[in-house]
Ligand binder design. Structure first.
Ligand code: 3H9
Length: 697
């Protein structure tokens, strides 16, 4: 039977290789096999030193995340790290690709550490709602000092080998790339150590580290500011504090206790859900056997913020771009925007100066549609009007080569209608980018009624090349993201009409974990955007929308860009302060509608808002606009500031309990349309099922 960890001898050097694709995660079987190999090395009289390395893409990806929340199984990773550390003969970690979480903790259990260039060395546990639980909080501060360890552990960000060598996290940066080089370099290092007569060098022999330079209070205050509402960073800090106050065995026990507390939190459940669905979302039902079309060149129509951002995203991925604008000045402006976007990318370390110059040499900005003739995918990003877009697609139909994918970046318009403006509707698809398009990771791939399967596959393949997380959506007003937004935002307006203040709504939802409350979002997006959406929807549905927001529009109070919207933005309050005039406008509207305002508690605001959101999510599933609840969760997490530690709205519903959501909806139901329970919620609650049960492949 094959084993995920092998043991072989190179003269007197034992080589222990972990081979558990795809990321050498340390699940139960792998841990057991690793422990056996360490025991074997300790007992093997021919072996004088050991090298631990990984096969495949990387050293060790850490604990097997899918095991969290299930009963733990022996041997535990902390025991294995201590077993390695206590080994009477030296053990070397030879790292390539990545040593993350438990992977780095195994390396910290080793006596000597080498990493190849380009390796990621990190303790990302907090991003999963846990803390390094296999000695990382105790050994890292002893090795690199408390400040550097706290930074690594609470940010979760990996460090590069050169910096790691400087801090003492590793001893040496090797040469080469890949698993074979890691083995060879590790063996060579072990040989040198043998020649020097090097002894085991356990971290337990190092002195207890000092408190952080600025003291614990300052550190904790900074964390609360940077990660509001999140528990793992604070808990990890407590564990590091234990390292400064206790000997290693006691510190390890304290780390275990704190780790176990985190395992039981909803934040851990939400964050691990987010981790898995962001990967699963690309496995779209029905696409497994589809072959994407070849994509070598991109066309973009429209050089505004969106079009230029999309062009930048393509250039960052190494794809040449031809961008068409209506007038030469607009084409020049688009080029300038792209140049500035790329300069920003250089500044953020995303590309080198040389790569930026090479990318710029592959951009053509023009007013001639004919220059799009060689593009494999053409993405339209012009003014959001059906007539304008249909006209663009008619022109694209005339110039695009056969087999080119014709994509629209519309955020709500009917793509079926746009497709019908061409003679090749099967080649038409929606690619809904989020602004700024070269930064935001989310991409809604909107599949129209007759879009070809290979066209959808091409969109997903392109999304991957652009570094996006792509989500499949169907055609309706606003697709997944904006359709839901429009619904729960209107539910917030309903609460304002009935007595809640817009500022209380923002505060309650920010306290819940949203990056920004809905009124701050409206100010950022522009009050004019909301106004136009309400006008359009009002025409379609005849539904009355709140007058106060239109009053703001009428007063040219368009949000942040004019310094006034729901909030006032000036030097005194750059982040915005409350405006009594807005409250007057709302009071006027209540009086006009004969509504007697009442008090809302923050809890009621959150419950109503979330119930409306989940309800619309359920309807989106019923309508087949999203194929799985996880698609909705990913859209909201990646594009709409939903708190990641809550896992997304459908996960929130699962964690709250579907029956509870149904009961809340029934209690709030008043004929306004926001809270009449979707049939799917009734069904799931009646069958004792949850949304997760619909996520399976
Ligand atoms: C930990 O170590 C706790 C300890 O301190 C204490 C223990 C007591 N487990 O991302 P990819 C799957 S916590 C299980 O697309 P890449 C992933 O779901 C852990 N599965 O590849 C995907 O599956 P599928 C700390 C995992 O090359 C497939 O592998 N470690 C794990 O783009 C490929 O993944 C981390 O937080 C895992 N640990 O990136 C590291 N990791 O194909 C988490 C991956 O079925 N992992 N999978 O969808 C990563 O950051 C990236 O996967 C990595 C590779 C950078 C390693």
């Amino acid at each position: 039977m094959s084993t995920p960890v092998t043991y072989d001898l190179d003269d007197e050097i034992a080589v222990i290789t972990v081979d558990n694709p795809p990321v050498n995660a340390l699940g139960h079987t792998t841990r057991a096999a690793l422990k056996d190999c360490v025991d074997r090395f300790a007992a093997d009289e021919t072996a004088r030193i050991a090298v631990i390395c990984g096969a495949g893409r990387l050293f060790l990806g850490g604990a097997d995340v899918s095991e969290f929340g299930k009963p733990p199984q022996d041997p535990w990773l902390p025991e294995i790290c201590t077993l390695i550390e206590d080994c009477p003969k030296p053990v070397v970690a030879s790292i390539h690709g990545a040593a993350l979480g438990g992977g780095l903790e195994v390396a910290l259990g080793c006596h000597y550490r080498l990493a190849l260039p380009g390796t990621k060395l990190g303790l990302p546990e907090v991003s999963l709602g846990i803390l390094p639980g296999a000695g990382g909080t105790q050994r890292a501060p002893r090795v690199v000092g408390t400040d550097a360890a706290l930074e690594m552990i609470t940010s979760g960000k990996p460090v590069a080998p050169e910096a790691a060598r400087e801090s003492g996290l590793i001893d040496r940066v090797g040469e080469g790339k890949g698993a074979e080089a890691a083995r060879a370099e590790g063996v060579a290092y072990a040989r040198e150590l043998l020649a020097e007569g090097a002894a085991p060098r356990p971290v337990s022999g190092l002195p207890r580290p000092a408190a952080p330079a600025d003291g614990w209070d300052t550190w904790e205050q900074n964390l609360r500011r940077k990660f509001p509402g999140q528990v793992a960073q604070m808990q990890a800090t407590k564990a590091v504090k234990a390292a400064t106050e206790m000997d290693l065995p006691d510190g390890l026990a304290e780390e275990r206790r704190l780790f176990n507390e985190l395992i039981d939190t909803p934040q851990r459940e939400g964050l691990i859900h987010a981790f898995f669905i962001e990967r699963k979302v690309a496995r779209v039902p029905g696409l497994k056997d589809a072959t994407p079309r070849d994509v070598q060149a991109i066309g973009v129509v429209g050089g505004g913020t969106m079009g230029s951002g999309i062009a930048t995203a393509a250039l960052l991925a190494g794809l040449p771009v031809t961008l068409v604008e209506m007038k030469p000045e607009a084409a020049d402006k688009a080029r300038a925007t792209i140049e500035s976007n790329l300069a920003g990318a250089v500044k953020r370390g995303k590309m080198s100066d040389a790569k930026r110059d090479a990318a710029l040499a592959t951009v053509t900005t023009t007013t001639d549609y004919g220059e799009l003739k060689d593009a494999d995918v053409i993405i339209e990003a012009v003014f959001e009007s059906l007539d304008v877009k249909k006209d663009v697609f008619t022109q694209l139909d005339a110039v695009a080569k056969p087999g080119a994918v014709l994509a629209t970046n519309t955020s709500y318009l009917d793509i079926n209608e746009i497709a019908q403006a061409t003679s090749r509707p099967a080649d038409v698809i929606g690619l809904h980018f989020f602004s700024p398009a070269h930064v935001m990771k989310l991409l809604e791939v909107v599949v129209a009624d007759v879009t070809g399967t290979d066209v959808t596959a091409t969109a997903f393949a392109l999304g991957k090349r652009l570094g996006k997380v792509s989500v499949r959506a169907g055609v309706c007003d606003g697709f997944i993201g904006n359709r839901m937004l429009s619904h729960y935002r209107s539910a917030a307006d309903w609460m304002i009409l009935h007595g809640a203040s817009p500022y209380q709504i923002d505060r309650a939802l920010e306290q819940f974990g949203f990056a920004m409350g809905p009124m701050k979002v409206a100010d950022l997006a522009g009050i004019d955007i909301g106004y136009m959406t309400r006008q359009r929807k009002g025409k379609q549905t005849g539904v009355v929308y709140p007058q106060w927001a239109d009053d703001l529009y009428g007063m040219d109070r368009l949000g942040r860009k004019t310094g006034r919207g729901f909030y006032i933005y000036d030097d005194e309050s750059p982040k915005g302060r409350e405006d009594p005039e807005v409250l007057d406008l709302i009071a006027k509207e209540r009086a006009a509608q004969g509504v007697i305002p009442r008090d809302f508690t923050d809890d009621e605001i959150v419950e109503r808002y979330m119930a409306a959101m989940v309800n619309e999510g359920a309807r989106i599933l019923e309508d087949g606009i999203a194929l799985r609840p996880l698609d909705i969760d990913v859209v909201k997490l990646m594009g709409y500031g939903f708190p990641r530690y809550r896992g997304g709205p459908m996960k929130y519903a699962d964690m709250t309990g579907i029956a509870t959501i149904r009961d809340r909806l029934n209690a709030y139901e008043d004929g306004s349309g926001f809270w009449s329970p979707a049939a799917l919620i009734d069904t799931l609650a009646a069958e004792g099922r949850n949304f997760e049960s619909m996520n399976n492949d």
